[in-house]
Every structure is written in structure tokens, then in C-alpha cells.
Design a binder for this molecule. Structure first.
Ligand SMILES: *Cc1c(COP(=O)(O)O)cnc(C)c1O
Length: 465
């Protein structure tokens, strides 16, 4: 595919987009002046825009396209399903074969404590479900005072009211007067940015024990759950020190609070295991999932529910007054099933653990030698480069934060590589089908992008002497 089926000139597409399309997470005024990039087709790890330029999709769409673009097998499965049963709901004592098959499949693929799944259409909706499920669980357990949910500063759990509130993005909180009451945030395990003089392991323990300190302050009888991403994605691919997760898991057990692992990015092979919690050896009570579940072919998410929680609802009886019109949509379930079939058949999770993961990590980490890079980190196939003005000094940052990241991202697009900028970090999360040759190409384009960004900053006198 070359994007040849696009009949419209780019200028025309841009003008119509600017006139009528209000974009998510966008300064719409600025975008309309600059003009949007229009993607017209995709195949494997490659995107094509309306001018015929090709880009290596280093972000797998938006962290989601595990199996790569253009897999006809998923398209065929969706078409077949839609011809047979386009849509029916799952509310009124009804079900259908694809939702049954996908529920069973997810129970098999997930850690042993998970045997049931509640379906949503997105990760944000999954976290809204988590919010209500956690609080209702403690009501059912006869502890209605346990209502506060603890999240982390700079965590990301989606963009709905509950998702934004549970997340710790202060810019998002400011719009809509959030968080809602009953949510508390603790520091993130971001050693590079906030670890100060501590070693990574010391800092990891400190950050974990912030959870215990918060529980002490709030009162154990008032805290319902802790929610966190195994590795923070949107916050800048924050990989916690090894000491962090075991201590968090201990605290959740000792203090009788539910552990919610937001697996929307880390789930479905991203870290070289089916779920990020397996990578870190933790046993969550709830796991919101989305993104890689369908590789983005159709929107679907859900919440994996551990037996401990599910049985409280089932044994104590009564209706959970919660659901979405499209919970378990047949076509979305068919897309997810076909996607999971591909992942299993092509052993993509094992591939990330044993083959392409280590291959790309080694080359990505070598970019850490570049004078602009303060740290190059990667687990599985998700990584970041911290751009810094003075190599070797973690305390120095570019000012204002974010400008250099944006510059580098634009240069990267010019070099035919999609990287995302978070503050002044460059992020990648490529499809799990990435070949060795494509990994080499990705790293070569990233290296060229770093060189060009460095040269531009040097010219402007923006690097430390
Ligand atoms: C993307 C994301 C979400 C939100 O998912 P949407 O499908 O965009 O609503 C929630 N949690 C995490 C960790 C995410 O990365």
C-alpha cells in the first residue's frame, strides 16, 4: 500500500481538518495554523502520509499495535463476525459466542488469580470501572469507610473523570477541577528525574514506602486501593528500580488494600511477558487492559478481576449497576481474538523476551553514549532517551521543559521515524513484530535525529559549556 487510494491533496485535507476536527490532547489553534499530518495507510511497522512519505511507527500507533498494521486476518475475522452478528448487548441475561470465547481466552492467558473479565471500550473506561468496583467491593466486605484510592503523581490512567483523577498529571487536573474527592497521590519511582543523591534501589524503596506513609496518614481503615502502571508509559516510560514493586506488593498485602496494576500499556507482551505484573512478580487484584488487547484494530478494553474481588460480588449477591452499551461488542471481541491468535502463533511475547527485545535494548542503550542523552533505558520493547543539557549531571534540565523534546520529535518525523516526546524525553514503543533490520533502521534514524538536534541546540547556544 502506498496511500495511493487517498484522492485528496494534503492542503485540502488540512483545511477540512482545521475547520471541523477538534483533536484530543492538542492545542487546536496552534495545530490549525501549522497544519496536521495526514496518515493515509499503514503496513507492518510502516506508516504512509498523504504526500507519500513513509515513517517507521516507533510508537505502534499509540502504544497499541502489537501485531503491526495491515493484518488481513484481523480484518477478515471482524468482517465475518459483523455479517453474522453485528451487534448485541451483554446486559439483559444475554451473551454471544465472541464475548464468551474472549473471556475464556483472557482467563487462560492471565495470571492464575484472574478468571473473569468485565469489558469496556477503552482504558479510560476500564479505570472508571475500577473506581466503582473497588469502592463497591469494600462496601460488600462491610468496610464502607475504605474508599480512598491512592495513585501516583505523573501516573496516567486515561482521560475520563475517574481516569484523570486517578492519574497524577497536574495539567489535566487543572482542567475540570479534578481530582474528584477521595483520591490521593504519592511520588513516582522516577530515579533519573527525582532520585537525588540516593542509589536507584534506595530510591525505589523510598518511593514504595511513600505508599505506607500515605496509608498511615490517611488511616488504613480509609484506604481502598493503590493503582499504578507497572512501567509508567505516558509519564515518560518511567522504569521503577528493582526494589520498588516487591515492597509495594508487601505493603498492599500487609495493609489490606487492593492492588490495581494498570496494564493498558504493559499488558500483551510489551515487557516480554503477557502482563507487566508478571515481569515484576506481583499479584494484582484488578488489571485494567486495553490497547494491545486488539492491537488497536477496534476499540476494546476491560478489567481483569481476581477471584477475591469477583467472589465478593458473586457471593454477596445484588446487581452491580454498571456497564457500557458496547461492553463486549462482538466485532471488537472478534478483533481481539484474531489479534491474540496471531500473538500466540507468532510467539510475539516470547520474541520480545528472547529475541527482538534484547536486540533492540542493546542498540538503544548504546544511544546513551550520545552527548545529548543523559540516560537510555528500555524494558521489553518500551524505552526512553532522557535529553539533557549537561551530560553526567542529572540535576540540570532544559528550560523551559519540553521545547527540546518537541524539536527532537519534529526532527525525528523529518527522518522518517515516529518517536514521542514527553517533556524532554524521547519515547519508543514499537510493534512487537519489528524485525532486526527494522530495529537497526529505527536506531539509525534515532541516532541521526539526536545528531541533528544536538547540532541545532549547539548553534543556538543551548547546551552547557
Ligand atoms: C492509554 C492508557 C489509558 C487510557 O486508555 P484509553 O483507551 O486511551 O482510554 C489508561 N491507562 C494507561 C496506563 C494508558 O496508557
Amino acid at each position: 500500500m502506498t496511500g495511493a487510494s487517498n484522492l485528496y491533496p494534503t492542503a485540502d485535507l488540512r483545511a477540512r481538518d482545521a475547520a471541523h476536527h477538534f483533536h484530543p490532547f492538542t492545542d487546536t489553534g496552534a495545530l490549525n495554523r501549522e497544519g496536521v499530518r495526514v496518515i493515509t495507510s499503514a503496513e507492518g511497522v510502516w506508516l504512509t502520509d498523504s504526500d507519500g512519505n513513509r515513517y517507521l511507527d516507533g510508537m505502534a500507533g499509540l502504544w497499541c499495535c502489537q501485531v503491526g498494521h495491515g493484518r488481513g486476518e484481523i480484518v477478515d475475522a471482524v468482517e465475518k463476525q459483523m455479517r453474522e452478528l453485528d451487534y448485541y448487548n451483554t446486559f439483559f441475561k444475554t451473551s454471544h459466542p465472541p464475548v464468551i470465547a474472549l473471556s475464556e481466552r483472557l482467563a487462560q492467558l492471565s495470571p492464575p488469580q484472574f478468571n473473569r473479565v468485565f469489558f469496556t471500550s477503552s482504558g479510560s473506561e476500564a479505570n472508571d470501572t475500577v473506581f466503582r468496583m473497588v469502592r463497591t467491593y469494600w462496601d460488600l466486605m462491610g468496610k464502607p469507610e475504605k474508599k480512598t484510592i491512592i495513585g501516583r503523581w505523573n501516573g496516567y490512567h486515561g482521560s475520563t473523570l475517574a481516569g484523570t483523577s486517578l492519574g497524577g498529571m497536574t495539567g489535566m487536573h487543572a482542567q475540570g477541577d479534578l481530582p474528584v474527592p477521595g483520591v490521593h497521590h504519592i511520588p513516582q519511582p522516577y530515579w533519573f528525574g527525582e532520585g537525588g543523591e540516593m542509589s536507584p534501589d534506595e530510591f525505589g524503596l523510598w518511593a514504595a514506602r511513600e505508599l505506607e506513609r500515605a496509608i498511615d496518614v490517611l488511616g488504613e481503615g480509609k484506604v481502598a486501593a493503590f493503582i499504578a502502571e507497572p512501567i509508567q508509559g505516558a509519564g515518560g516510560v518511567i522504569i521503577p528500580p528493582d526494589s520498588y514493586w516487591p515492597e509495594v506488593a508487601r505493603i498492599c498485602r500487609d495493609r489490606d488494600i487492593l492492588l490495581v496494576a494498570d496494564e493498558v500499556i504493559c499488558g500483551f507482551g510489551r515487557l516480554g511477558s503477557w502482563f507487566g505484573s508478571q515481569h515484576y512478580g506481583i499479584e494484582p487484584d484488578l488489571m485494567p487492559i486495553a490497547k494491545g488487547l486488539s492491537s488497536g484494530y477496534l476499540p476494546i478494553g476491560g478489567v481483569m478481576i481476581a477471584d477475591r474481588v469477583a467472589e465478593a460480588f458473586i457471593d454477596k449477591g445484588g446487581e452491580f449497576y454498571h456497564g457500557y452499551t458496547y461492553s463486549g461488542h462482538p466485532a471488537c471481541c472478534a478483533a481481539a481474538l484474531a489479534n491474540l491468535d496471531i500473538m500466540v502463533r507468532e510467539r510475539l511475547v516470547e520474541r520480545v523476551a528472547d529475541d527482538i527485545g534484547p536486540y533492540l535494548q542493546q542498540r538503544w542503550k548504546a544511544l546513551g553514549d550520545h552527548p545529548l542523552v543523559g540516560e537510555a533505558r528500555m524494558v521489553g520493547l518500551v524505552g526512553a532517551l532522557e535529553l539533557v543539557p549537561a551530560k553526567g549531571d542529572r540535576s540540570r534540565k532544559f528550560a523551559p521543559v519540553g521545547e527540546v523534546g518537541t524539536l527532537c520529535r519534529d526532527i525525528s518525523f523529518g527522518n522518517g521515524l515516529v518517536m514521542r516526546a514527553v517533556r524532554d524525553s524521547m519515547i519508543i514503543s514499537p510493534p512487537l513484530v519489528l524485525t532486526h533490520e527494522e530495529a537497526d533502521e529505527l536506531v539509525a534514524r534515532a541516532a541521526r535525529t539526536l545528531d541533528e538536534t544536538y547540532a541545532a541546540l549547539k548553534k543556538d547556544g543551548r547546551l552547557a559549556a
